[in-house]
Structure formats: C-alpha cells, structure tokens
Design a protein around this ligand. Structure first.
Ligand SMILES: C[S@@+](CC[C@H](N)C(=O)[O-])C[C@H]1O[C@@H](n2cnc3c(N)ncnc32)[C@H](O)[C@@H]1O
Length: 261
C-alpha cells in the first residue's frame, strides 16, 4: 500500500525495497508531484513500480541546471550527455547559430538557448511526440530526418551542430536496462549493425550546414570514435578530439570543419 503523502520515509522505504537506487530522491519528486493528494500519489507510485521512467511520471527532468519537460514516450535526457552539451555551448559564439539533431525533449537545444541567449537555435527529430514536447519546451523544432527538415537558409552558416543521436549497435539493444528496453522506443537508440549508421550520416550531411571552422559534437560509445576517424578525415573535419569525463568515461567526439576543403 502506498504511504500517506506526508510519509516521506515510508515512501523511500517502499521504493528502496523495490530496488530503486535513488529511492529518497525519487520519493521527494513523487511527493512534490502529488502535492498532498493521496489518490494521485498512489497512481504515481504504482506507475513507478512498473519501471516507467520517473521523468514521464513527474513530467520533467533536470539537465544542465535546467528543468526540461518530458512527455510520456519521449526519450529522457541523461546526465551523461551534459558534458557534451556544455562543450557544445562553449563552441557557440554570442549571436551564433546552433543545430541540435535528434533533439528529443529539446534538452541540448534548451542548453544552447539558455547559456547563449542571443543565439539562433534550431532542432529536429523524426518522432512526433518528441517534436511536440520540444516545442512545448520552447524549442524551434522541425520534424524529419536529421538535417533534412531544417531551413535551407542556414546552409553554410551554422557554428555548431550537436547531437545525441541513436548509437547503440542493434545486437546490443536487448542489453539495455530493462526499463529502457520496456518503455522507451528503440528509435531513440538503434544505431544499426555496429552503432554508427546514424553517426555516419550526420558526419556526411553536416558540412552542408556548418561554416568553415564550425564544430560538430556527437555523443557515441564503445569503439565508435575510432570507427569514424576515416570518415571524419575524408569529409574534411580536423582537430578531432574525444570527450572524456572526470571518471575517464567516453562521452562523445568533437571535430571542426576544416577551412580549406
Ligand atoms: C537518444 S535520443 C536523444 C534525445 C535528446 N537529444 C536528448 O539527449 O535528450 C535520440 C532521438 O533521436 C530521434 N531520432 C532517431 N532517428 C532519427 C532520425 N533519423 N532523424 C531525426 N531524429 C531521429 C529519436 O526520436 C530520439 O528522440
């Protein structure tokens, strides 16, 4: 039975027994969302106990210090992408232009527009629910495949293209966390046989939009950075670096479009 809306300890204990690692934080979020309504709290807790993502239940998640609305069915922005988002902001000059590919709820786009308020920021996603959610978050978002739906007037003028695109190798999809695999769409994760299908298409298409000297930042994993090196060189990218967090974990790649192409 769900504890009363004032029983934070009871709810923490219930969630901990169910195996939720951050049970105390989750309890606080659920209690705040229920705002004292016992029946509502019961419904929220029951949903969480099925493994449904917490952000879908509370309606938002924190990303780069921002509260981002996340609707049910939309990929939940991960803290693991924050390093890439912060680095992408550093590459965006004041008054510049940025693209967030595969924007989902719009977390990376929002990070751009919050920390570079004078910038033009556009985004795309192929999923209808993601587009609606990003739009509700105030993002200028276009529905379609990668760069295809974006305004042609931006071609050759973009300072930064960033993306947390699908990059999980198809054979590894069943290894994703149970909750992820059960609730989230494989569309958000499936990067093809070796995980680089979407990444390679982004590498090939971005030079049309990037200005010479503009930056491309992409989240990836495993051996994917090495797998992309030949493509990056052939397509005219220079200064390719891998982004690694303070624990030594790979978080993405950063490359610059060469000036002489
Ligand atoms: C891993 S999620 C990342 C979402 C967001 N960037 C974030 O970090 O919260 C990948 C997103 O890519 C979208 N997507 C998948 N294939 C796409 C494609 N070909 N063109 C545009 N969006 C795509 C999915 O709908 C999903 O929202």
């Amino acid at each position: 039975m769900t504890p009363a809306p004032n029983d934070s300890e009871g709810l923490t204990a219930l969630l901990a027994r169910a195996g939720f690692v951050a049970a105390d934080e989750e309890a606080e979020e659920l209690l705040a969302r229920a705002a004292g309504d016992a029946e509502l709290l019961d419904g929220l807790v029951r949903r969480r106990l099925t493994g449904e993502p917490l952000a879908w239940i509370t309606g938002s998640v924190s990303f780069c210090g921002l509260e981002v609305r996340v609707d049910p069915g939309v990929y939940v922005p991960r803290w693991q992408s924050e390093l890439l988002a912060h680095r992408a902001v550093e590459r965006l000059p004041a008054g510049g232009t940025a693209i967030d590919l595969c924007t989902g709820a719009g977390a990376v786009a929002l990070t751009f527009s919050t920390y570079r308020p004078g910038a033009r920021v556009v985004a795309s996603d192929v999923d209808e629910r993601a587009v609606a959610c990003a739009r509700a978050n105030g993002v200028e978002v276009y529905r379609g495949d990668l760069l295809a739906p974006l305004p042609r007037t931006l071609e050759g003028r973009v300072d930064v293209v960033a993306g947390v695109v699908p990059y999980v190798p198809t054979p590894e999809l069943p290894l994703l966390q149970r909750d992820t695999f059960t609730f989230e769409s494989t569309l958000a994760y499936d990067g093809g046989r070796d995980g680089t299908d979407v990444l390679r298409r982004v590498l090939a298409d971005s030079p049309r939009f990037l200005r010479p000297g503009g930056a491309l930042l992409l989240e990836l994993g495993g051996e994917e950075a090495d797998a992309l090196r030949d493509d990056l060189a052939r397509l005219g990218y220079v200064d390719v670096t891998v982004l690694v967090d303070e624990d030594g974990d790979l978080r993405g790649i950063e490359a610059t479009l060469g000036r002489a192409r």
